[in-house]
Design a protein. Structure first.
Length: 134
């Protein structure tokens, strides 16, 4: 183990400083570009999850609700619920593959959603908030 740690291809970056910042930015950009379970078009988006597969049209979305679940532990989870069509809803959270890609892409297709909506919600201290309504 010691030999592996001293090998020149391994670099200790610590938890602060330029190497750490570069690594964190790289990982964040990598996750934002990873579309995961979603593909977007001007008409809507395709979802391919174990419990839901389908196409949701932008013009069918009636409301988008944000919820912060499990606020008593350190495992807070932001949940996004889309209400669309005839009383249908689609939920996704931070554990959904492609979450960051989805959150970054959503304002490009629904113009009334601010670019920093997720940060704004987290900073607000609210546990529930309507993000958008038609």
């Amino acid at each position: 183990l010691t030999v592996a740690l001293l090998h020149p291809k391994f670099v200790f970056i610590g938890r602060k400083g330029p190497l750490y910042n570069d690594f964190i930015n790289f990982k964040h950009n990598q996750m934002v570009r990873a579309s995961g379970n979603f593909s977007f078009t001007p008409e809507g988006f395709q979802v391919d999850l174990n419990d839901f597969k389908g196409f949701i049209r932008w013009d069918e979305i009636r409301k988008i609700q944000l919820t912060l679940e499990d606020t008593l532990s350190n495992n807070d989870d932001v949940v996004l619920t889309l209400y669309y069509g005839n009383n249908n809803q689609f939920r996704l959270d931070e554990e959904t593959r492609g979450w960051l890609y989805f959150t970054e892409t959503l304002p490009k297709y629904i113009r009334d959603i601010p670019v920093n909506w997720l940060d704004d919600f987290i900073r607000s201290g609210n546990t529930r908030q309507q993000l958008w309504a038609a």
